[in-house]
Design a protein around this ligand. Structure first.
Ligand SMILES: NC(=O)C1=CN([C@@H]2O[C@H](COP(=O)(O)OP(=O)(O)OC[C@H]3O[C@@H](n4cnc5c(N)ncnc54)[C@H](O)[C@@H]3O)[C@@H](O)[C@H]2O)[C@@H](O)CC1
Ligand SMILES: Nc1ncnc2c1ncn2[C@@H]1O[C@H](COP(=O)(O)OP(=O)(O)O)[C@@H](O)[C@H]1O
Ligand SMILES: [Mg+2]
Length: 284
């Protein structure tokens, strides 16, 4: 089947402008479970991207060593900490987020794997899983049946291979990903150049983005953007479509100023505003 292009026409079917009388209490609360010692940056990038993508509140759940880093780097974001200093060992919170993003920088410590398992057994909240959360799933495939329906997975090619096994052709890669998406009722964002989104038999192909995005933390930012959109009551497939489009668009907007080489993940975050504005302006 031919992929559906994720272009402006497709985006305007899904994109909702912000209501004038909204307030932070109804604008959505995203929880980002991220980071470990040496990779708290992943939690900073994901949670900053979330608050810059329109949700009303963002909380980061990190190991203790991340507490001051997040509070200083992004004062707008609230922080909850694990009992452990360097890695996540038990995911417990009393807040009621509308969406959860889990994985960037969490590592694969045995205690973290157990924490992810217990979390998945209990979670009913719309979910996006990335990075080490995907690697942990790959090592424990029976946990895939615990995921809430239409959970969004965002693997890069290596993470996808760990999840579905090797492929010998592009066609086989798509066939295997479609079968995987159908078996577990998941949305798979196959990150790459370009990114494809698989929702059962339906394939979408992104039209934004460029090689400037080949930089550390670029995927962590995407997780934050999609978590934010999910928290704002977009359906999972809409959040995935809009998220990858906006993420790519930031790089297209920034490229004339940064060039490919100097563009970094923080530049994605700095340009999210312009990306949203271009959608608003295209409606005028
Ligand atoms: N500042 C930070 O704290 C950062 C933390 N990060 C975290 O570090 C952890 C490890 O992530 P990594 O993705 O680096 O490690 P992985 O081992 O999952 O992926 C790296 C491997 O995948 C291959 N790969 C990646 N993209 C590919 C592509 N498009 N085509 C073919 N092969 C590809 C690479 O060649 C490499 O072999 C994750 O938890 C991640 O979230 C990274 O996002 C980097 C930044
Ligand atoms: N050459 C490229 N062209 C377009 N997009 C790219 C390119 N290289 C990487 N990307 C995008 O950048 C992101 C990289 O994600 P990921 O590999 O998870 O990074 P990290 O783990 O460092 O945060 C994905 O969204 C991917 O589609
Ligand atoms: Mg990644």
């Amino acid at each position: 089947m031919l992929p559906i292009p994720i272009d402006l026409k497709e985006i305007l079917k899904h994109y909702k402008t912000i209501a004038q009388h909204t307030h932070k209490g109804i604008q959505g609360h995203a929880l980002l479970i991220a980071g470990s010692y040496g990779k708290i940056g992943a939690a900073v990038l994901a949670s900053k991207a979330a608050i810059k993508s329109g949700c009303g509140l963002v909380t980061a759940f990190v190991p203790k060593c991340g507490y001051e880093i997040i509070q200083i780097a992004i004062p707008e974001v609230m922080v909850l900490t694990d009992m452990e200093e360097k890695y996540i060992s038990k995911i417990a919170f009393e807040i009621q987020p509308q969406a959860i993003g889990i994985g960037p920088g969490i590592g694969q410590d045995e205690a973290t794997q157990k924490a992810v398992h217990e979390f998945l057994e209990n979670n009913k909240i719309p979910l996006i899983m990335d990075a080490d959360a995907l690697n942990i799933l790959s090592q424990n495939k029976s946990w895939l049946s615990l995921l809430v329906s239409k959970t969004i997975l965002t693997p890069h090619p290596k993470e996808l291979e760990r999840l579905i096994g090797k492929w010998t052709s592009e066609e086989e890669k798509f066939q295997k990903t479609i079968a995987f998406s159908k078996e577990y009722n998941l949305i798979v964002v196959m990150k790459g150049a370009p990114t494809h989104i698989i929702d059962g038999e339906t394939i979408y192909q992104n039209t934004t983005g460029n090689a400037a995005l080949a930089t550390a933390g670029s995927g962590d930012v995407l997780t934050g953007i999609i978590s934010s959109l999910l928290a704002q009551s977009y359906e999972p497939i809409q959040a995935a479509i809009l998220g990858v489009y906006l993420h790519g668009l930031t790089a297209d907007i920034a490229l004339p100023e940064t060039g490919y080489q100097s563009f970094i993940a923080s530049d994605i975050i700095s340009n999210i505003g312009k990306a949203f504005l271009s959608l608003d302006n295209s409606r005028k």
